[in-house]
Design a protein around this ligand. Structure first.
Ligand SMILES: NC(=O)c1ccc[n+]([C@@H]2O[C@H](COP(=O)([O-])OP(=O)(O)OC[C@H]3O[C@@H](n4cnc5c(N)ncnc54)[C@H](OP(=O)(O)O)[C@@H]3O)[C@@H](O)[C@H]2O)c1
Ligand SMILES: Nc1nc(=O)c(N)c(NC[C@H](O)[C@H](O)[C@H](O)COP(=O)(O)O)[nH]1
Length: 259
């Protein structure tokens, strides 16, 4: 895959990046690109929203994180590479792709881009998080992942459909992954922006592209929140330390959740 055109990253964004020494808490950065109508994409479609400058920023951010996390919905639709393609990025600065795929529905093959990327030594192979009820022994896909240094990570769900982000954070640390860049898609992001999960989010970096994708897109809008005091609707998520940068045609918000 062709190296990416590098653009100088914005200055003075260190406070939004993982610390150089890990602190025992998983550092979580939520980052994605959105349209003006808060859509990530058109359903079942990969939509390039980021311009060259913000795509370069995303790849820059990937070199600061131990892991990059997406949901199975994204890996199935986008067939992503999930590496940093900034020229000269050493393997030691490549993030570990993590795919949330409880039912192991991703039909990974040797042609999958993330597998090819790992095979060429241009990125790391994925860890696929799967529910303990799913039979993976003898599954050809497990072998394909292991051949390039990836693995199926079996996680207890104790009958629940979803893993809590506390369980996911503990599992990441167990795997020696101490900082993660959560890139989407809609299901993953709306879940992470739910009230109870916000304390786990350290930084939010959102690219806003100058386009409307139109109704019925893959929308980012967290669950509504009402005030405990009077039961009235209040903002679902607020931010602090908010800074904006204009990169090419896109605006980028850097912020931290205001808990
Ligand atoms: N613009 C951007 O920055 C951006 C970024 C990423 C993706 N996208 C776009 O977004 C679309 C995909 O979004 P999506 O909402 O369909 O899919 P998604 O969020 O990538 O994946 C959702 C699925 O992941 C699994 N999952 C998520 N959270 C989980 C949890 N806590 N525990 C267990 N499993 C969990 C579930 O799988 P099961 O259903 O199997 O239970 C869930 O249905 C694509 O079109 C892609 O191009 C855009
Ligand atoms: N920053 C950003 N701008 C976009 O316009 C867009 N569509 C995504 N989408 C994120 C999603 O996670 C994709 O799957 C990966 O961006 C593809 O990853 P690669 O570049 O193939 O490594 N992310």
């Amino acid at each position: 895959m062709a190296p990416l055109m590098p653009y100088p990253p914005p200055t003075a964004i260190d406070k939004y990046l993982p610390p150089s020494q890990h602190t025992g808490k998983l550092f979580l950065t939520l980052t994605y690109a959105t349209s003006l109508d808060s859509h990530l994409s058109i359903p079942l479609t990969k939509v390039p929203l980021s311009g060259p400058e913000t795509k370069s920023l995303t790849h820059h951010l990937r070199t600061f994180h131990d892991a990059i996390l997406i949901g199975v919905g994204t890996v199935v639709v986008d067939d992503p590479g999930l590496n940093s393609r900034l020229p000269g990025t050493p393997l030691t600065r490549q993030p570990r792709p993590v795919i949330l795929d409880p039912a192991f529905r991703w039909k990974v093959t040797r042609e999958s881009r993330v597998v090819q990327t790992a095979e060429r030594g241009e990125g790391l192979a994925p860890y696929v998080f799967v529910r303990s009820e799913v039979e993976v022994e003898g599954d050809e896909r497990k072998r394909i992942l292991e051949e390039v240094g990836g693995k199926v990570v079996v996680i207890e769900t104790s009958g629940k459909k979803k893993w809590s982000w506390h369980v996911l954070s503990e599992k990441m640390k167990e795997l020696d992954l101490h900082s993660v860049m959560v890139e989407g898609g809609g299901g993953v992001i709306n879940d992470l922006l739910a009230e109870g999960n916000l304390p786990l989010v350290d930084s939010v970096i959102i690219t806003i592209a100058p386009t409307y994708l139109g109704q019925g897109g893959v929308n980012v809008s967290p669950r509504a929140v009402t005030s405990v005091a009077d039961g009235k609707r209040i903002s679902a998520v607020k931010f602090t330390n908010v800074e904006w940068r204009i990169l090419g045609r896109d605006a980028v918000m850097f912020a931290q959740p205001d808990l």
